[in-house]
Design a binder for this molecule. Structure first.
Ligand code: ADX
Length: 208
């Protein structure tokens, strides 16, 4: 269990979750004519996660599928706005985000998550929260040097200049996923090719 950010588990003693709802995930999947899944996009800042995630959301919409995109930068302006980039804060960021993803998953929605999720430990936690069979891990693989050249947000330059601490891949770790369900090498493949590989794999996965 990964509740080490909330050690006071005894607080849960008088809580009575109602998981025996009349309507379950299956009813909602039938309504939406799709199987839900969490597509968990892993990769360095600037690797192309958000671009691919947005393209996937648009594609699914055009095909009549309901999806929800959860993106690190977005959630960090709201539900996670009290968190930074220390190891502990990243763990809490992913814990909350995975719990949010699970709510959408259980509502039958195709949930697209775009987070650096830099370590094996963090991804294992997300996978445990969501459930292994519903966790579709996509590694958006792009070397640090290429992300640094792209530097879409100007963060790599700031990190080099010491203006940002704990920057993933520089002075904070990034461990590549060992066995992702899908790997997209955005440095050597056209974006359109990566997009097609992603949409094909997800469409197959969500067919009722
Ligand atoms: S995670 O490591 O906790 O999974 P998350 O995906 O939520 O990260 O947020 C990453 C985004 O925050 C990056 O795309 C970038 O825009 C921004 N950011 C700001 N500071 C940092 C940092 N020190 N390391 C990485 N990303 C950072």
């Amino acid at each position: 269990m990964y509740y080490f950010c909330h050690p006071k588990l005894e607080r849960l003693n008088n809580i009575h979750p109602i998981f025996d709802k009349i309507l379950n995930r299956g009813h909602k999947e039938t309504l939406l004519k799709q199987k839900s899944v969490v597509v968990w996009m892993v990769g360095l800042s600037g690797s192309g996660k958000s671009t691919l995630a947005k393209a996937l959301e648009q594609y699914l919409y055009e095909k009549g599928h309901l999806s929800q995109l959860l993106d690190g930068d977005n959630l960090r302006t709201g539900i996670n706005n009290n968190l930074g980039f220390s190891d502990a804060d990243r763990i809490e960021n992913i814990r909350r985000s995975a719990e949010a993803a699970k709510l959408f998953l259980n509502c039958g929605v195709v949930t697209i998550c775009s987070f650096i999720s830099p370590t094996e430990h963090i991804r294992k936690m997300a996978k445990e929260i969501i459930g292994e069979k519903d966790f579709f891990e996509v590694y958006v693989n792009c070397p640090y040097e290429i992300c640094e050249q792209r530097d879409v947000k100007g963060l790599y330059k700031k990190a080099r200049n010491g203006e940002i601490k704990n920057f993933t891949g520089l002075d904070a770790p990034f461990e590549a996923p060992e066995n992702p369900a899908l790997e997209l090498k955005t440095d050597i493949k056209e974006l359109s090719v990566c997009q097609k590989e992603l949409t094909d794999a997800v469409l197959k996965r969500i067919k009722l």
